[in-house]
Design a protein around this ligand. Structure first.
Ligand code: ADP
Length: 314
């Protein structure tokens, strides 16, 4: 079964070339949440959803999305509504199309010549794939962080300033850089060495630099493709704290193989699986279940979800 989340009656149309003014002290002082590394089956620490949380507003509405590479579908029939100011986790076994679907959300698949996307993805009420939508302005509003930290071989300062300069962002560049680094909880660690090469940072710092870089163009969505898979547990904890801190201002979609991570940080979780019913040659990824994270990990609707989250396959 695949299904969309709660209905959104009030999408917020906005110009994809428009920029937002962030609050000056964003992300500076929020208390860190607790992290745990308990085993999935017995003691998974699942983030409870606030009982008084208001109605969810969908920032993305995906309908019948299919992505094919060289004409062969990799993921098909995805119907899902992703909510604003939430962290949505995409989980599932390797090859079920999580990253492929994630890349649809900021048109990164456009950069893969063999990829084709059908169906529709509406972002703030606008069809992301409409002819008049500029993919560059899409990626400015919907930033992405990858599995391996990939800073440019430049100074810390220049890593952040690059994007805003390319898009001609107005404002004082020192302030833009500081704001982005503060939002990524990195400012205090690097403020005295902004001109040094980013490669001198630890892996965890490099990944937070990449998050700062993604935030520097003032996006409202952050897509994260296994952002902690190359990091140690302490750096992973810092990124998770950061995600929870910034979700008041951003909407976050994360692909993760780490179920403890999905349970700790996400509000809703989408479980994808590989459908082999038409034979191995026609394997295709499908969305099996989309529900509040607490439900996915404690009382899932679909048996396959239960089997996956309890480690029976994957
Ligand atoms: P996941 O993120 O769940 O591991 P992916 O989205 O990476 O899954 O891959 C889904 C399917 O699409 C796999 O069969 C994979 O081999 C295929 N695929 C992914 N990226 C490409 C690509 N650039 N070219 C061709 N096939 C791809």
């Amino acid at each position: 079964m695949s299904r969309s989340g709660e209905e959104d009656d009030n999408p917020m149309p906005e110009d994809l070339t428009e920029t937002r003014t962030p609050p000056a002290d964003a992300g500076a002082d929020a208390p860190p949440p607790a992290a745990s590394s308990h085993a999935v089956e017995q003691h998974l620490e699942v983030k409870p959803r606030d009982a008084d949380a208001g109605p969810r507003t969908h920032i993305f509405e995906a309908s019948d999305v299919e992505v094919a590479y060289g004409g062969k579908p990799a993921v098909s029939e995805v119907n899902i509504g992703l909510a604003e100011h939430e962290i949505t986790a995409l989980i599932g076994p390797s090859g079920c199309g999580k990253s492929t679907f994630l890349r649809c959300l900021n048109r990164m698949n456009d950069l893969i010549p063999s990829a084709s996307v059908t169906g529709s993805i509406v972002y703030h009420g606008q069809d992301l794939y409409a002819k008049d939508i500029d993919p560059v302005s899409v990626r400015k509003r919907i930033g992405m962080v990858f599995q391996k930290p990939n800073p440019f071989p430049k100074s810390i300062y220049e890593n952040i300033a690059f994007g805003p300069r390319v898009i001609g962002m107005k404002g004082n560049m020192d302030e833009i850089v500081e704001t982005a680094l503060r939002r990524a909880a990195l400012w205090d660690e690097v403020k005295d060495r902004l001109k040094t090469n980013a490669f001198g940072m630890s892996g965890g710092q490099q990944q937070r630099l990449c998050i700062a870089r993604a935030l520097s163009t003032q996006p409202d969505v952050l897509l994260m493709d296994e952002p902690c898979s190359a990091l140690d547990p302490i750096s992973t904890g810092k990124i998770e704290e950061l995600m929870i801190e910034i979700k008041q201002e951003y909407s976050i979609v994360i692909v993760t193989h780490n179920m403890q991570q999905a349970a700790r940080v996400s509000d809703w979780t989408a479980f994808f699986n590989v459908d082999l019913s038409a034979g191995e040659a026609n394997r295709v990824g499908r969305l099996v279940e989309y529900n509040p994270t607490e439900r996915i990990f404690t009382n899932p609707e679909d048996e396959r979800t239960e089997q996956y989250v309890t480690g029976k396959f994957g």
